[in-house]
Design a protein around this ligand. Structure first.
Ligand SMILES: Cc1ncc(C[n+]2csc(CCOP(=O)(O)OP(=O)(O)O)c2C)c(N)n1
Ligand code: SF4
Length: 200
C-alpha cells in the first residue's frame, strides 16, 4: 500500500527509529492483514511516522485527529486505529480533546512521542519541557512546570495510561504491544530521545 517506506526523513541519530521498529514489529506479528490497520498522524518530526508504516494512513490537521479517528472507528469497529502524536499538539493546543478522548474510552491506541520540545521548529519549549531548562524560546530557563501526562489522563478516567522512556528499548517495545492490545482507549507517553534538541 505504501511506497518508499524506508525513505525516512529523520536525523540519523533520532530515537524515533526504535519506536518505528517496535510498531512495525507488532503490526506484523499481531495483524496478518495490514488492511485492518489505520495509522492516524500529522506532520512535524515524529508525525511523519505514518508515512513509514505499511498500513492505511491518514494525516489529519492538528486536533482534528480525534473527530477523524472516532469516525473511522465507528464506521468500521473491526479496524485497529493507532494514533501517533507528539507533545506540543497533544498536550498543548488540543489538550481538551485529549481529556475528553480519555473519558469516552473508545478503542483507539494513542502513542505520544514526547521529546519534550518543539523539534521541527528547532527546540522551543513544549508543555512537557522540564522546569529550569534552557531552550530556544527560553534563553535563561523555562519558568513553567511541565504537565504530567499520565496524571492528566488518570484525572479524565483513562484506564490505560503509562509512560516509558525510549531508551528502555525492551520495556518500550512491550509497552507498545500492551497499548495496542488494550481493547479500549490506551494512552502511552513515550519519552523520546531527540539528541538534536533535547540536550538535558
Ligand atoms: C497553530 C500552529 N502554530 C504553530 C505552528 C508551527 N509549528 C510547526 S511544528 C511546531 C512544533 C512541533 O513540535 P511537537 O508537536 O512537539 O513535534 P516534534 O516536531 O517535536 O516531533 C510548531 C510550533 C503550526 N504549525 N500551527
Ligand atoms: S530533530 Fe529530534 S525528533 Fe526531529 S528527527 Fe531529529 S532527533 Fe528526531
Amino acid at each position: 500500500m505504501r511506497n518508499e517506506l524506508n525513505n525516512i526523513q529523520w536525523c540519523p541519530w533520532c530515537w524515533d527509529y526504535l519506536i518505528l521498529w517496535a510498531i512495525r514489529k507488532w503490526l506484523i506479528e499481531l495483524w496478518v492483514d495490514k488492511k485492518d490497520v489505520v495509522i492516524v498522524s500529522w506532520i512535524w518530526c515524529s508525525g511523519k511516522i505514518s508515512q513509514y508504516i505499511d498500513a492505511y494512513a491518514a494525516e489529519t490537521l492538528h486536533w482534528r485527529s480525534i473527530p477523524f479517528w472516532t469516525w473511522v472507528k465507528l464506521s468500521n469497529p473491526n479496524l485497529k486505529v493507532i494514533c501517533i502524536w507528539w507533545d506540543w499538539d497533544w498536550y498543548g493546543i488540543w489538550l481538551g480533546h485529549f481529556l475528553h478522548a480519555c473519558r469516552r474510552d473508545i478503542d483507539i491506541t494513542y502513542l505520544v512521542l514526547d521529546n519534550e520540545n518543539y523539534a521541527l521548529t528547532t527546540g522551543q519549549t513544549s508543555p512537557t519541557t522540564p522546569i529550569w531548562i534552557k531552550t530556544k524560546s527560553t534563553k535563561e530557563w523555562n519558568p513553567s512546570n511541565p504537565f504530567n501526562p499520565v496524571k492528566l489522563a488518570e484525572s479524565a478516567w483513562c484506564r490505560f495510561t503509562r509512560e516509558i522512556d525510549s531508551k528502555n528499548v525492551i520495556g518500550m517495545r512491550e509497552a507498545i504491544k500492551e497499548a495496542i492490545m488494550h481493547p479500549w482507549f490506551s494512552h502511552l507517553n513515550i519519552i523520546q530521545a531527540c539528541p538534536s534538541w533535547k540536550v538535558w
